[in-house]
Design a protein around this ligand. Structure first.
Ligand code: HEC
Ligand code: HEC
Length: 352
């Protein structure tokens, strides 16, 4: 019984000492570790052509510190309210698991996740985030000609971007999604769209965007993930995409936001190839427009759009379905050049 032995308490305090020592070491070298870790994560997955890529999208005055940021998870309210918000976030990130073709709650959408287009669950700067939604809805939208709530706008994406059916507004899933979007935007002043919300807007090209040029770029920069036939890649059990489809039967339909060239080009400029960011883009503006033209020249589901834009003079310049009041053809409304349309409309607005 004289053998030296540690009692459990001594062992625990020794372990504590050890843990504290390791933590201190980690903290001391934290700067180094962080810099080692962040760099590879920021590298584009595909070799980029920085020679043509513009360095930044924002004017130099817009520092990243002024961009909208999501509230911290730690500020989530307790109890059932917090749980609904968490569930909403989960539905944005893994929509297909719950509501896709094999969804465990309902089968009402095409397999895309909201997060495929609203990156990082709708929080990434210029990643089509939701920072300006709670502050600007309900709003009267020209597309429907009616006042639209957050739930109505969410269903717009279900019916178009997810080529599916709407969620019931009083369903638990819709309430959760709306609770999450409201929580994200809770600190934004009513009526304001914060800097960094939504997408970047690219300047129009002087010539039409060119699908043939876009095809070559697609093969260099996108094909590794989104595949030659644009169908992407599903996970092993087919419940979610690893790489979502860009055209074909399982992609967004012709009524979706991304079917407009300016939205597609703005989305990929700040976000694709995967890993690109607004302050470290991998595509020049021109490349983004051409790739947008290629992808949106390929087949995809259609949608009855006859009730859209009840006031046809309010159709966006790049809405590719007539009739129009400006006299330009559908072809030019789809691929550009957009500047002449913009100028003519400005003239019309003045003379009206
Ligand atoms: C295929 C891409 C895509 C998918 C998937 C998608 N959306 Fe969208 N969403 C868009 C685009 C593009 C816009 C328009 C952005 C703009 O005009 O700046 C948009 C706009 C929105 C808006 C309005 C944003 C604003 O600031 O006015 C909301 C809210 C929204 N989506 C919610 C959802 C939800 C919820 C889902 C999943 C059920 C979803 N979206 C899935 C592409 C997508
Ligand atoms: C390294 C793989 C990779 C490459 C390369 C890549 N993407 Fe993506 N892309 C993704 C992933 C992953 C997502 C979904 C992001 C998420 O859910 O967080 C995505 C989403 C998208 C979306 C929105 C969702 C959809 O399916 O409509 C579009 C549009 C898109 N990519 C276009 C492009 C284009 C154009 C290129 C080439 C310039 C490109 N991507 C290159 C991985 C990639």
């Amino acid at each position: 019984m004289n053998q030296p032995s540690f009692n459990p308490k001594q062992i625990i305090s020794l372990l504590n000492l050890l843990i504290v020592a390791v933590l201190l070491l980690l903290m001391a070298s934290g700067g180094l570790i962080a810099s080692l870790m962040i760099k590879p994560a920021k590298l584009p997955a595909v070799a980029a052509t920085p020679s043509t890529a513009k360095k930044t999208i924002q004017p130099a005055s817009a520092k990243s510190s002024t961009l909208w940021e999501a509230p911290l998870e730690s500020s989530l309210p307790a109890g059932s309210k917090g749980e609904m918000i968490r569930y909403g976030k989960e539905l944005i990130a893994h929509t297909s698991l719950y509501l896709g073709p094999k969804g465990k709650v309902a089968q009402i959408s095409n397999g895309l996740n909201c997060q495929n287009c609203h990156l990082q669950a709708g929080t990434k700067p210029f990643g089509n985030n939701y920072g300006g939604v709670a502050s600007t809805y309900p709003q009267v939208r020209a597309r429907s000609g009616r006042e639209t709530s957050i739930a109505g706008r969410v269903n717009g994406c279900f019916e178009r971007s997810l080529n599916g059916r709407p969620l019931k507004e009083d369903s638990k899933e819709m309430q959760a999604i709306v609770a999450y979007i409201k929580w994200l935007g809770q600190d934004v002043e009513k009526g304001k769209k914060p800097e960094g919300a939504g997408l970047v807007t690219l300047a129009y090209l002087d010539e039409p965007a060119n699908p043939a040029a876009g095809k070559l770029l697609y093969e260099q920069k996108c094909v590794v993930c989104h595949m030659e036939n644009g169908a992407g890649l599903a996970n092993g059990d087919g419940t979610e995409y690893v790489y979502p489809p860009l055209w074909g039967a399982h992609s967004y339909n012709q009524g979706a936001g991304l079917y407009r060239l300016s939205k597609f080009a703005g989305y990929i400029k700040a976000n694709m190839p995967f890993g690109a960011t607004y302050d470290s883009p991998q595509l020049s503006d021109e490349e983004a427009w051409h790739i947008a033209a290629y992808v949106n020249s390929l087949p995809r589901p259609s949608k009855d759009l006859s009730k859209d834009w009840p006031d046809i003079s309010k159709k966006p310049i790049d809405h590719p379905f007539g009739p129009y009041t400006d006299g330009f053809e559908e072809e030019q409304h789809k691929y550009g050049p957009f500047k002449p349309i913009e100028e003519k409309r400005r003239g019309q607005a003045v003379s009206n």
